[in-house]
Design a binder for this molecule. Structure first.
Ligand SMILES: NC(=O)c1ccc[n+]([C@@H]2O[C@H](COP(=O)([O-])OP(=O)(O)OC[C@H]3O[C@@H](n4cnc5c(N)ncnc54)[C@H](O)[C@@H]3O)[C@@H](O)[C@H]2O)c1
Length: 387
């Protein structure tokens, strides 16, 4: 069984190291900060202890898992690994420098992977001599709990590297989907309207955040509404992903960020972690009650779901991944109640198209332009999955 290297002992690096160690690998974790390594070691022990307390793991197994993870304060410590997953800060120059140095340390055939959420794999691989061994292996937070992993080969990645990566991560009992090296890959691209269309409706005065959240949960079946979810993720993180995807799509209006969320970020009202975001989480604050107008709930949910389906259809059209994998990604990566394309079949492609066309006509904004694939399918009477 190959040794695994992890660079970056932050939230993601630690989670990935835990997953690999639980799957039986010896893991070497490197970070530039000694305190990050020490913190990571303590955190892993406390997580494993909790699993033992809850009866989900035997003490012997927990000890074995902890014993398989080694924390190293120099990159040389990763020389035996067959795969390195980099999970340092989201900064291209910093990542390129790590990859350049890693190539000097590991063996000729070791795979070099990045957990980046928003940088292109092509740009990271430009730092190395053998770009064919560089790939994106994108876990979701928290890595030990979220089943989805997006595998992202660049234009230069060797097919065998993709195949080995898929097989390996499948063996870690994760659900893998292969995605094209395009902004946001699958999940961070397709999910954008869940946030942005909801915030736009709030900005337009269609409804308040509590009502929009309620609509998407009660009618849409989503586990969390977009306002409570972005308050949980943090507006610094969620806003930056939106802005990065928008810029990377050459400012396509479909991905345009929201001013009101930018203001929350600027004002450090980052959500739960700072006590205030869309909602107030401070001591004694009460959560506002949603408006109970069920017709309004349906109007809200129909609009957001149509926009999400439009984005998922566009991802199929652009060959980002198969329809099946796009549905799998949204259910396993962000817990959507149903795959968006299967949902489109259930609602009816022509009904979804009709909703988009009326928004497009009303607003005259390219943001609402219906995906050409939906138009073709509606004309031909086709579905994504149904016969
Ligand atoms: N947090 C998420 O929800 C999430 C989800 C998926 C992917 N990602 C991606 O995973 C990566 C890591 O995110 P995170 O949330 O774990 O970050 P984090 O800030 O929690 O951890 C980053 C760690 O990298 C270390 N580091 C920085 N520069 C380094 C270097 N040159 N060499 C070695 N270590 C270095 C830091 O000391 C820190 O411990 C990013 O690329 C991010 O986009 C994050």
């Amino acid at each position: 069984m190959m040794d695994i290297g992890v660079v970056g002992a932050g939230a993601m690096g630690n989670g990935i190291a835990q997953v690999a160690a639980q799957s039986g690998h010896t893991v070497y974790v490197y970070d530039t900060r000694a305190e990050a390594l020490e913190g990571a070691r303590k955190k892993l022990v406390s997580i494993l202890n909790r699993l033992v307390e809850k009866g989900r793991m035997e003490q012997g197994e927990a000890d074995a898992v902890a014993g398989r993870v080694h924390y190293v304060d120099h990159l040389q410590g990763l020389k035996s690994v067959g795969l390195v997953i980099e999970a340092i800060i989201e900064n291209l120059d910093a990542k390129k420098s790590v990859f350049e140095n890693l190539e000097k340390v590991v063996s000729e055939d070791a795979i070099l992977a990045s957990n980046t959420s928003s940088l292109s794999i092509a740009s990271i691989s430009s730092a190395v001599q053998k770009p064919e061994r560089v790939i994106g292996i994108h876990f979701f937070n928290p890595a030990p709990l979220m089943p989805l992993v997006e595998i992202v080969p660049s234009l230069m990645t060797d097919r065998k590297v993709t195949q080995t990566s898929v097989e390996l991560i499948d063996s870690w009992k994760k659900v893998t989907v292969v995605a094209k090296d395009t902004p946001g890959f699958i999940v961070n691209r397709v999910a954008r309207p869940f946030y942005s269309e909801s915030i736009k409706m709030y900005e337009e005065g269609v409804a308040d955040p509590a009502t929009i959240d309620h609509a998407l949960k009660s009618v849409g079946g989503f586990r969390m509404g977009p306002f409570e979810l972005t308050d949980l993720i943090g507006h610094d993180v969620n806003y930056v992903v939106t802005e990065t995807v928008w810029e990377a799509f050459f400012y396509d209006p479909r991905f345009k960020p929201s001013i009101s969320q930018k203001r929350l970020m600027e004002g450090k009202m980052l959500g739960r972690k700072t006590g205030r975001g869309w909602f107030d989480y401070r001591e004694g604050a009460e959560k506002p009650e949603p408006n109970n107008n069920t017709a309004l709930h349906r109007e809200i949910a129909d609009r957001v779901i149509a926009m999400l389906i439009n984005e998922a259809a566009d991802a199929v059209l652009m060959g980002i991944a198969s329809a099946k994998d796009i549905d799998l990604a949204m259910t396993k990566g962000v817990n959507y109640p149903k795959g968006l394309l299967a949902w489109a079949d259930d609602i009816g492609i022509d009904t979804v198209l009709g909703r988009l066309e009326s928004l497009f006509e009303e607003y005259g904004d390219d943001r609402y332009r219906p995906c050409v694939l939906l138009k073709r399918m509606a004309k031909a009477g086709e579905n994504f999955f149904k016969d």
